[in-house]
Write a protein that binds this ligand. Sequence first.
Ligand code: NAD
Length: 440
Amino acid sequence: MKISVIGCGYLGAVHAAGMASLGHEVVGLDVDTDKIARLQAGKVPFHEPGFDSLLTEQLASGRLEFTTDPSKVAEAEVHFIGVGTPQQKNSKAADLSYVHAATDSLIPYLCEGAVVVGKSTVPVGTARALRSQIQQAQPSAELIWNPEFLREGFAIKDTLTPDRIVYGVADGAEWAAEKLDTIYRSIIDIPTPRLIVNMETAELVKVSANAFLATKISFINAMAEVCEATGGDITELADAIGHDVRIGRRFLNSGLGFGGGCLPKDIRAFHARSLELGLDESLDFLRLMDEINLRRRDRVFAMAEELVGGEGALAGKTVAVWGLSFKPDSDDIRESPALDVAGRLVAAGATVRAYDPAAMQNAIRQVPGLILTESPAEAAEGAEVVVLCTEWREFRELDPEAVITRCPGKRIVDGRNCLDREAWVRAGWTLRSPGRPDLA
Ligand code: NAD
């Protein structure tokens, strides 16, 4: 089938190539000329494992092309919208201007019986309003809300073998759902659960899933605060409660907290939407989850400060930061707790030697005061303290005995609780971990 994907960022570029790999003819449209030129040349504009080869293969197949020309989508029967929905500048609500601009640019090219498929994460109520706008211009067109659940770092797997597919479908629009089934046929046949719900439910499924995940992380980080006050150990606590199958161990890793282009802005937008709906108390806990999450950055920063002599002691000291992306296997620095801590260290007057396997070029644009290095060991050169901020596998696999020869301070804050503590302490490091008592 001929389809278009409007918005070719993390979501849209992977979706476009993924749909081409299922045999469809795909046009990816974006307003960012540089991004489109790179994608069309087979160059991936962000770090995503496996995406280089998928993109190259699909461009070579002739089924995939990228453009900035909206008229090129005119032949498509189905149009996916995957543009950004960031937090507004002066409020916690979602900025829907990109969704509206994408819809406006699409409407003149909608053919009879076209199906528009919303994939961006939007506040509940958005889809129904967009559907009216689209049908005023093209009465035979239909809109389905099909939220995206992909995780950066696993984007291809999550696009082609998702846990579930959700369609938000208006009454009488079953024909449009069948068209979307045709596109996703080989995914549905894996089998993948495909749930048909109303439009509001589909929008809410996405934001409530993210609210639940954020709550799970903030819950364990709140427990870490209690452990710090009492001498408990958050990792042992998480292991113990995680054995309960009703709770589960995943998303119970305590540390520097969540970030990225989704969870923080999605829980804020969900809370903001609940206030607009007059539900002042229903989602108030999300505001607290956000606060708990942000407090972890204060805690990790304070641990680094304590290790070098207390308040104000970071000024003039050399500090190594390991990890700048918001999570491993990504170069995404949107709302990155790691980059936030690195920026605070620079602001405190420290000389910050940073290393990240993928995010350094993005990071330096946001925090120009960082000194970028080629490896974790080089970052540790001359440092009084190392602060591990993103749990890249490369850091977990480091040899503590080798790195200690480069780091005169021999101190480390494991901001992600991901190191083998015994091994690091045995090698001579003074190691602090949020939520855990020091090893003797
Ligand atoms: P992104 O910022 O990487 O990409 C958005 C793209 O949309 C950009 O390339 C931008 O140039 C383009 N764009 C903006 N206005 C446009 C217009 N009028 N016409 C065409 N293109 C336009 O964002 P993303 O991370 O891909 O997220 C997109 C949406 O998907 C958001 O709503 C996000 O919440 C949701 N989402 C993202 C992920 C993820 O892991 N990144 C996962 C699930 C859902």
